[in-house]
Design a protein around this ligand. Structure first.
Ligand code: T1G
Length: 696
């Protein structure tokens, strides 16, 4: 039995009619997505199972590295084609013979829904399950919101469907999502279970009742889910559907689900999130690098065991590298070692890591004083004090110690890497690897190439990012690279808004309503005002005197207010709680007076559009200067490093939707008022004039 596959395409679904337990095998690389041919093949196969008297039960399994990882996202831009996945999945559940799903890898989205509609589920211990549709701006569209609560209860289903998070097999077993874990041969174990079910009454998930939640608790939970979604539509709609499962028969619940799914599938938010999904994969493919061989890296040295150095060490240890951390003093080294151990202890405490795995990770991290022990390293990353001369001196030292071919990387946030590389005899082997704090958590990695960095060193950075499960963006040298450059620009626009009438908490609230997890002033208090202050003082001699400079942050620093770490910054912190501080309000009002401005109330939508215009304009300058090659590079940086809401697709994807004309008009209006540095980018002017889009 095979699907009607096109001649050049292998058969994506085949029925192996062994009796009494047959096997339906899906083989649709790379992730067994349920494309139209897979759906057709599945429907034909399950109908054959029903028809064939020799077959008394069937196992549903996948070839390759994973069980079905969902519907084929690439089909979402087209009109839906039959057979629709819900119909295929209903046919699986309605089958008159036991259907057992054999799950390895990740059963996600439609794959999880296929498993839910099967009559039993066997999983490998390393398998995981999830309904990540909300991450694509969707809701499960093939019964997930209706069958999952029937299997694991409303509370657990609400959590999984509205967060889109995965659960590992052990948790799935505990929840009741899986019937058995495979002890060895998954398919054989599934066949055994199928054999046991022959002749038994079938437990169809759709026929199970759902215990309702207390109405008040349900509406409170739904409200909390919507609040946490920060403007994304899908989680709230998913919550409504899950809660409906307790009051509607399966058929009616699925009808409501399908209606919502189709509505969201054509929504702007889903288009943006699907763009984000493919962009973070496309960004790893740089034109001209696909045939370049990366250098082998297994032994990594990290100079500096502070917050960044420790986080980077953990990231590499988690990815299985041999790590050596060096410092200049016993005390600093010990502090770093403690910092690293604390992170792993917390993970053991939260159940995210076993004690054995922690001990294994800690064993792969060595410590040493001084740089001489780094001579056996394939890659050395510096994460020392953010000062150009300190870094140049260190690279001179390393250059004399490290063998030819070893890559020297700097984690600098904005220093000129060419100036660091120029003190070595190997500028071709020098690259920036800009991690974001906490380095073992944040996905974004800016790979900064100088004019002398060779292609294989860049390719090595991309290969490291894949092993570290980071999202890499390759860029060239400029002040702040991509993210920090854009951040410092729109933070300046935010300070102009302060002088014109807004207050820090109003700007933060407006940008949090826009979808940022935190506004720029709250972020500044978290990061520490002193870091940016040091940079402003460093840049002071080169600053264009004509530029509209706001000194409020300097005055806060001069008052010793560095943010959370000093108990006060843009806000006051009493017991960790963030509070508006009259001291800051006065400072802001005085700044308006010095500037000769009459303060006015500034509405949230003006704050949002001015900040977005500042971001888009600076992004266009970055593209004009070829700091990055593509608009998606900027969008990925802003979404994964700076909290730009992914349901907007990133600033340039959203600019296409908003329209470049109105954005350019706003940029021009600001340029007249804000002076040098705020001129419209040539690329923005060009695109606006020609009607071109960043994503044609
Ligand atoms: N559709 C199409 N292509 C997909 C895909 C999908 N669902 N998932 C992955 N790919 C491609 C991906 O673009 C990349 O292609 C290659 O596979 C390897 O992916 C009805 C409506 C499964 C955990 O959201 O989370 O089901 O770049 O690099 O790191 O209710 O892919 O090589 O050309 O990510 O090992 C729900 C999305 C869909 C799962 C594997 N499912 N995928 O991670 O490899 S909606 C998802 C993932 C749905 C139903 C609803 C990950 C992965 P290329 P990769 P990976």
């Amino acid at each position: 039995m095979t699907a009607a596959a096109s001649p050049e395409q292998a058969e994506p679904v085949r029925l192996i009619p062994t009796a009494p337990v047959a096997v339906i095998e899906i083989d649709n690389p790379p992730v067994n997505a349920t494309s139209q041919t897979v759906r057709t093949g599945l429907l034909e196969a399950i109908r054959e199972v029903d028809r064939n008297p020799q077959i008394e039960a069937v196992v549903m399994a996948c070839a390759g590295r994973t069980f079905v990882a969902g519907a084929d996202i690439r089909e979402f831009g087209q009109s839906p084609r039959e057979p629709h996945l819900p119909d295929v999945i209903n046919a699986i559940e309605a089958c008159s013979k036991p259907v057992v799903a054999a799950i390895h890898g990740t059963a996600l989205g439609g794959g999880c829904e296929i498993a839910l509609a099967s009559h039993a589920r066997v999983a490998e211990p390393g398998a995981s399950f999830g309904l990540p549709e909300v991450k694509l701006g969707l809701v499960p569209g093939a019964g997930g919101t209706q069958r999952l609560p029937r299997l694991i209860g409303l509370e657990a289903a609400l959590d999984l469907v509205t967060s889109g998070r995965n659960v590992k097999a052990a948790e799935a077993l505990r929840l009741g999502l899986v019937d058995r874990l495979s002890s060895g041969d998954l398919r054989q174990d599934a066949i055994e279970l199928a054999r046991e079910l022959i002749g038994q009454p079938l437990r169809r998930t759709g026929e199970r009742p759902v215990a309702p939640m207390d109405a008040e608790a349900a509406s409170a939970k739904a409200a909390e889910i919507r609040r946490k979604a920060r403007g994304a539509e899908a989680p709230g709609k998913a919550a409504e559907l899950v809660l409906l499962s307790a009051s509607l028969p399966l058929k009616d619940g699925m009808a409501r689900e399908r209606e919502t799914f189709l509505e969201l599938r054509s929504s702007e938010q889903s288009a943006a999130l699907r763009h984000a999904f493919f962009a973070e994969r496309e960004v790893t493919r740089l034109p001209g690098l696909d045939s370049v061989e990366p250098r082998p890296v297994q032994k990594v040295g990290i100079v500096g065991a502070g917050t960044m150095g420790s986080g980077i060490a953990i990231a590499f240890a988690d990815a299985g590298f041999d790590v050596k951390v060096v410092e200049t003093s016993e005390q600093a080294l010990a502090a770093g070692q403690t910092r690293i151990a604390d992170v792993y202890d917390k993970q053991v405490g939260s159940g995210r890591l076993t004690a054995a795995a922690r001990d294994e990770r800690l064993r792969t991290i060595g410590y040493a004083l001084g740089t001489s022990s780094l001579s056996d390293r394939d890659l050395v990353i510096e994460a020392v004090f953010e000062d150009l001369e300190v870094k140049r001196s260190l690279f001179r030292d390393l250059d004399g110690i490290l063998p030819p071919g070893t890559i020297l990387a700097t984690n600098t946030s904005y220093l000129d890497i060419s100036l660091i590389a120029s003190v070595t005899s190997r500028p071709a082997d020098v690259v920036g690897l800009h991690f974001f704090s906490p380095a073992n958590v944040m996905k974004l990695l800016e790979i900064v190439r100088t004019d002398k960095t060779t292609a294989d060193v860049v390719a090595t950075g991309l290969s490291l990012a894949k092993r570290l499960r980071k999202i890499p963006v390759v860029c060239r040298v400029c002040d702040g690279f991509v993210g920090n450059r854009i951040l410092s620009r729109y933070r300046l626009q935010a300070e102009y808004l302060l002088e014109e009438g807004a207050l820090p908490h109003e700007i933060d609230a407006a940008l949090e309503a826009f979808g940022f997890p935190m506004g720029p002033f709250a972020v500044s208090d978290l990061a520490g005002l002193d870091i940016a202050w040091a940079r402003r003082k460093r840049l002071a001699p080169t600053r264009d005197p004509r530029e509209r400079y706001v000194d409020i942050a300097d005055r806060l620093c001069e008052a010793g207010r560095f943010g959370r770490k000093t108990g006060a910054g843009w806000y006051r912190y009493e017991g960790g709680k963030r509070e508006v501080d009259p001291f800051v309000t006065t400072l802001v009002e005085e700044s308006s007076q010095r500037r000769g401005l009459t303060r006015r109330r500034i509405p949230a939508d003006e704050i949002q559009s001015r900040i977005r215009a500042a971001i888009v304009n600076e992004a266009c300058k970055i593209l004009d200067e070829r700091i990055v090659e593509r608009p998606l590079d900027v969008d990925v940086v802003m979404m994964h490093g700076y909290g730009y809401p992914a349901w907007r697709g990133g600033p340039l994807f959203e600019a296409d939707r908003v329209g470049l004309q109105p954005i350019l008009a706003q940029v021009k209006e600001r340029a007249d008022q804000d002076g040098p540095g705020w001129e419209p980018a040539d690329g923005l002017v060009g695109c606006a004039a020609s009607g071109a889009k960043f994503y044609p």
